[in-house]
Design a protein around this ligand. Sequence first.
Ligand code: SAH
Ligand code: SF4
Length: 349
Amino acid sequence: MMKHKTLIDALEENGYLRRDEWIALLSESGQAESRYAAGKARKIAKRYFGNRIYIRGLIEFTSYCRNNCLYCGLRRDNTKARRYRLTQEEILDCCRRGYALGFRTFVLQGGEDAYVTDVRMERIIRRIKALYPDCALTLSLGEREEASYRRLYEAGADRYLLRHETADEVHYAMLHPPEMSAGHRKKCLWQLRDIGYQTGCGFMVGSPGQTAETLAEDMALIHELHPHMIGIGPFIPHRDTPFAGEKAGSVELTLFLLSLLRIMEKQVLLPATTALATLREDGRQLGILAGANVIMPNLSPAGVRDKYSLYDNKKHTGEEAAEGLEKLRRSMQTIGYETVSARGDWEER
Ligand code: SAH
Ligand code: SF4
């Protein structure tokens, strides 16, 4: 028995739902709705992308962070976190390996590290773009000044990932220390978009304090921002954070939300994230079958991978690792998809 078929149909038709409709859909749905939404989502993804899955090489280049997000293992107050910073040459090494494997997008991600000045970032961006002019470069460096975002864009960065984490101010304040705010995060997202970056927002599923109401806010924000990319994955507790004892987010809800996002933002670039694969061996496949079309294997040097510990047991071997690309390719093939080397930019399709 499916209660909310009409809401899912309306979402497909209109590209949005009212707040009360989102709350009903998210709080009263079961397996039937999930299956129905996944079927629609897959069809939409097939219409725009065929059976092509884009791959992005993730380079986690610094584990230093000045922030103190309550959920994250890299938070400033975690004295047990093992900190590292890749040199320029090490980053370029990652790109070289990645390029040879077939990656045409590199994602430079890190904590908010004071060492990562505009000048240093510009230098590495220019070098990567000079060596690999056919590759897209994505940054994920957290909140910066608008002028800084602009300089990095002008140096050649193409895309920026900045999950909004939650659109609800009160919920945001449960997840972050008082010096951080949902308002500032959103302001950064609009700036990034205005500057010209292909911009990605997103949130954790099942973070402490999340409700159908806060998720309705997330969906409204996404509808308004209309981002090029959306990153969502389950919250997973990290033992050395204040949320050590909290429950992980659910795989089922993550998959349902992936489908709803695909149905709402039809052409969006939507990854099946590492966090999903961390909770379930077949998380990547399930994510793709729910409507995702991007996978971001880890290109960081093997020696630092377990130091970039956002949450417990984060995957970084096998199919999660860039070296496991062949395995990933086969696992996509078994469900009827093909990993491709294209840059995979956002475009009107
Ligand atoms: N410092 C940058 C990028 C690194 S963190 C930033 O914060 O934007 C990248 C993402 O990891 C965050 O946006 C957050 O959504 C996710 N993350 C952090 N801790 C997590 C946890 N415990 N479980 C799941 N995802 C987490
Ligand atoms: Fe730092 Fe990002 Fe972790 Fe927050 S989520 S503590 S900004 S690395």
